[in-house]
Design a protein around this ligand. Sequence first.
Ligand code: NAD
Length: 491
Amino acid sequence: MVKRLQHLIGKHLVQGDSATWGQVYDPATGTLLAEVPLDAGESVTLAVREAVAAFPSWKATPILHRARVMFRYRELLERYREDLARMVTLEHGKTLDDANGEVGRGIEVVEVAASAPSLLKGETLTDVARGIDTTMVRVPLGVVAGITPFNFPAMIPLWMMPLALVAGNSFILKPSERTPLTSMRLAELLFEAGLPEGVLNVVHGGRETVDALLSSPEVKAISFVGSQPVAEYVYRTASGLGKRVQALGGAKNYHVVMADADLTRTVPALMQSAFGAAGERCLAGSVVIAVGDVAGPLLAHLRNAADRWRVGSGLDADVDMGPLIRAEHRDRVAGYVEAGIEEGAELIRDGRTGDWPTGGFFLGPTIFDRVQPEMTIAREEIFGPVLSVIREPDLPSAVRTANRSRFGNTATIYTESGGAARYFREHIEAGMVGVNVGVAAPVAVFPFAGWKQSFYGDLHATGMDGLLFYTERQVITARWWGGNGSPRLAE
Ligand code: NAD
């Protein structure tokens, strides 16, 4: 019997009334790990009811106590870090090292949440008029919901839950139906850290569950991370209903390699960026713009490195890259390779076949040269290990080409020139910019989000933006009669 996942409502596992079930696989072997309820049924109504009931008492819990839950949570995450990483690898496929790093990036957010008593302090100005003081305080919103993608089963729920909870909200998580196992464990550990019943709920499902959350009047805000069309849909639908929304979408990330770049360091950074986690990262470098005559040596190095790249199960210690998430996704990525060939790009390394474990959803590093900016492979998010190389004569033309993208998540320049790096930073249209850094993911004290169609909303994820997203400002203007110096006594 395959395990059937249950919703976590209140603090209890609840068997949903779902009529349809999705499959959770180990993508390295194709083994079925569990089944997950796909339709919403009663789960969202029940979760919202629990979250509404738990909110007043959690809001009234002193913030120092709420922060202490985060301190304990941090210790638990560190204690079980290896187990969590293994779970991420099992359901997602990325290497254990990568999964361990992901859990670490999630723990960073918990550390920010633990410092909420300092970060959420308000502002006061006395005597704004004679005898009148003004104070601004930050109050939680109520019930907020988070909807997460498959590719960071630990880190992305941790972008949301700790900050929303420490700010005094109750939270409903709708994890990806393709990687829901880690989310359940993260939730269990929050209760072990002392979170009261009902403050956190996990409901499974796909579009129907998302729609039920978006349309629930009690849900005040939505944090979403996923593909661009769904991010736009979630943003338009929820903001149309008056909710606060942050929706982080898809990406097509350009990396510009200048002629003066140190290739011994640039090539490993590019390899990790383009092919790490099988290219299933929103910060994956998927287009390289080779400036001037760097193209020849750069491509030779990249091809050599790709030939040595070890593809296999992420659980094996000597592997650089695991499988893609599903067989259909691997076939979709292979379809992009076909499109690149048809549109006239030069396929210099074909990863569609290789000597891999049977049953898994593998596709090896694939590299195209002489890609044109208007080709499908240069424009669309492939979300797989396919790297496109475009050649440009100089930095301004490289930046112009990168800026033609409708996405603007991240972009990196590789150079030894401070002037070139500065030009790049000033002209590139991307929310997160790297200089000689292949995956320019900001640490959690900074905000995380892209520009253009990579992000819908205002306040980004994590950092102070994250805390502001989950709080409302209230300004109190107060006059007290009596006391020395009051207007009445002075008269
Ligand atoms: P996805 O959009 O398919 O799914 C994301 C979430 O939305 C899931 O919980 C899913 O159940 C739900 N969903 C899917 N289709 C829906 C629909 N039609 N209506 C309502 N809800 C729906 O994304 P994914 O494939 O799980 O994740 C990969 C995508 O996420 C990539 O595009 C990647 O770039 C993006 N991503 C972006 C960031 C970022 O920071 N910008 C971070 C990670 C991933």
